[in-house]
Ligand binder design. Structure first.
Ligand code: NAD
Length: 347
């Protein structure tokens, strides 16, 4: 028997990635999956050879001998599932953003602590090779003191229009900006003193999805450093990559420029392109490339890390506390955007 027995709750687009990662990890056994959508449940169950299939979390937790659970439900449906899994004594890997409010995050953290289980948030850019190289350059002093960060993470309209049926219950800031805010905090280890954010809307509303088009967020750190963050959901679907990611870090002694989405590691031109995702001209080489049937990439590395933390009884590199800080920043940005970009001070 393998050492860590796991289940995935929510086996949509991203939950399938968790299921795949567990199915291929040598220390993990994917024992069960849970989803409200029975057709999806059976498709993923058949693909991964999983017998335990549940439409109810109560039945899953009552019926299976598992150690840990991935929670990969929509952005607004993490909290109660995480708390129920913690109360059942299961270690948890929760997708980002952790929750909608700091109060929800605090309840999740308390449930994990009271039941002595690991709570990891899937901030997988900490496993992104060029971003990790930037982190190393900061840590070993090559860049000196970080004074400025520019970070763009945007998607084509495919994501809110076709990929996420619940796009109107979240937004580009929660979905994409959460990743960026975590990465910026992890890179700098600086404290954010003030958040300012502008939001624009109209294009997606015209297309029938009631969510903002873009967010422009400025973080002022307490030592005077600044970060500018762009998150948009209205890149054209004909763009050569589903995402557009650019990171610049300027320090007192050096700089790093990262371009994982348009770096032209591969440029593919065929009769299918350019039609946007999934026939992108610059196919993804970092997040989830597949090689000889094996799922690779940073998406899998963070999930592997969770398996190994549960197996070895270690704390993960991205915790519920990191999720709480992130949700506080997200809410400060949303509050600023609601008030015509008035600065919001962080306590
Ligand atoms: N780390 C990343 O880069 C990344 C990428 C994509 C999505 N995500 C995150 O993963 C989560 C899921 O996103 P997705 O793209 O897979 O969405 P999705 O809509 O494709 O899948 C969500 C699934 O959850 C199921 N579900 C909803 N409520 C449920 C419940 N109460 N119990 C069981 N199943 C339930 C739905 O039926 C659906 O199959 C989101 O929080 C999203 O932000 C993260």
């Amino acid at each position: 028997m393998r050492e860590v027995r796991l289940a995935v709750v929510g086996v949509g687009g991203w939950g399938r990635m968790h299921a795949k990662a567990y199915a291929q990890h040598p220390s993990a056994e994917l024992v069960a999956i849970c989803d409200l959508d029975e057709e999806r449940l059976n498709k993923v169950g058949d693909d991964r050879g999983v017998q335990g299939r549940y439409t109810s979390l109560d039945d899953l937790l009552g019926g299976e001998d598992i150690d840990a659970v991935s929670v990969v439900t929509p952005d607004d449906a993490h909290t109660e599932i995480v708390i129920q899994c913690a109360q059942a004594g299961k270690h948890i890997l929760c997708e980002k953003p952790m929750a909608r409010t700091a109060e929800e995050c605090e309840r999740m953290i308390a449930a994990a602590e009271e039941n002595d289980v690991i709570l990891m948030i899937d901030w997988h850019n900490r496993w992104n090779p060029p971003v990790y190289a930037a982190w190393q350059a900061i840590r070993n002093g090559e860049l000196g003191d970080v004074r400025y960060i520019y970070y763009r993470l945007s998607d084509t309209v495919y994501v809110p229009l076709k990929m996420l049926p619940w796009a109107d219950r979240t937004n580009a800031l929660m979905f994409l900006g959460s990743h960026v805010l975590d990465t910026v905090c992890w890179l700098t280890e600086k404290r954010v003193a003030r958040v300012t954010c502008r939001r624009r809307e109209g294009v997606l509303k015209e297309m029938g999805v009631d969510t903002p088009d873009l967010f422009l967020t400025v973080l002022d750190f307490d030592d005077g450093a600044v970060a500018v963050i762009e998150n948009s959901w209205i890149l054209p679907q004909s763009a050569p990559s589903l995402i557009d990611c650019k990171l610049e870090v300027l320090g007192s002694k050096g700089a790093v420029y990262v371009d994982p989405s348009h770096s032209r590691a591969i440029a593919k031109y065929s009769e299918q392109t350019p039609h946007g995702h999934p026939d992108a001209s610059y196919p993804d080489m970092f997040v989830s490339p597949e090689i000889h049937g094996k799922q690779l990439g940073l998406a899998v590395e963070s999930i592997n890390h969770f398996v190994e933390c549960v197996r070895d009884g270690r704390q993960p590199l991205a915790t519920g506390q990191d999720g709480l800080v992130n949700t506080r920043l997200l809410n400060a940005a949303l509050e600023s955007a609601d008030n015509d970009a008035a600065p919001v001070a962080l306590p």
